[in-house]
Design a protein around this ligand. Structure first.
Ligand code: ADP
Ligand code: ADP
Ligand code: ZN
Length: 213
């Protein structure tokens, strides 16, 4: 099963993608996580990506598309995968479809986690990310049982620089301009499924499971 997660920054794509990946035994592929790992390791890609991410802008397609297509060629992707944060532009979606078509494959579902802008700022300002394992929490909706440390690996939790309100506004406008058109793109392909992302995490997960069955 091959799934694309759509939705504004902070809509809950990552939260749901991790659960779906665990449920179906498929890899969770997050371009944001890949870029952050590159930044942490000081790679060339990380240095280039950081300058865009810090400004709330998208990393250029040239730095993003090949990275993902290569990843999808790895063995663990044979049973399918869930893409979180990719594609984020129409050219990325087209490149993905072209690469899949070349292998005689196609995307099965595009799940749009729908959350209005008004809810996004509180989602993002309360998000805490683990510097060790990448686990995500929310200070109100999903707090860590270990306070300011990760309940999985014990490392410190941080507020991502790009989750500060100034940058969130920019990311939201970038989302509306460059990423939202993907909703229509996948509707046109007949695989779009929309879920109400304002419900609690368990309810959203149940709704998605109902779609994927
Ligand atoms: P969120 O979880 O808030 O939606 P991500 O972790 O997915 O954010 O992405 C963080 C940042 O990484 C984005 O703001 C963007 O700069 C960059 N990024 C991630 N995925 C892509 C992509 N597919 N294309 C371009 N930039 C990306
Ligand atoms: P995205 O990957 O779309 O950027 P995340 O999954 O990281 O979003 O979620 C953003 C923040 O909102 C996190 O702090 C997460 O714990 C929280 N969150 C996710 N889903 C919900 C939900 N249904 N209700 C309340 N908070 C949520
Ligand atoms: Zn952790």
């Amino acid at each position: 099963m091959k799934i694309v997660m759509l939705g504004a920054p902070g809509a809950g794509k990552g939260t749901q993608a991790k659960r779906i990946a665990a449920q179906f035994g498929i890899p969770h592929i997050s371009t944001g996580d890949i870029f952050r790992a590159n930044i942490k390791n000081g790679t060339e890609l990380g240095k280039k990506a950081k300058s865009f991410m810090d400004q709330g802008l998208l990393v250029p397609d040239e730095l993003t598309v090949d990275l993902v297509i290569d990843r999808l060629g790895q063995d663990d992707c044979k049973k399918g995968y869930i893409l979180d944060g990719f594609p984020r532009t129409i050219p990325q979606a087209e490149a993905l479809d072209k690469a899949l078509a070349g292998k005689g494959e196609k995307m099965d579902y595009a799940v749009d986690v729908d959350v209005p802008d008004e809810n996004i700022i509180s989602r993002m300002s309360g998000r805490r990310a683990c510097t060790g394992c990448g686990a995500t929490y929310h200070i109100v909706y999903n707090p860590s049982q270990k306070g300011d440390n990760c309940q999985v690996c014990g490392e410190a939790l941080i507020l991502r620089d790009d989750d500060k309100p100034e940058t969130v506004q920019k990311r939201l406008s970038v989302y509306h301009e460059q990423t939202q058109p993907l909703i229509e793109y996948y509707q046109g392909k007949g695989i779009l499924k929309t879920v109400d992302g304002t419900k609690n995490m368990d309810e959203v997960f149940e709704e998605i499971l109902g779609i994927l069955k």
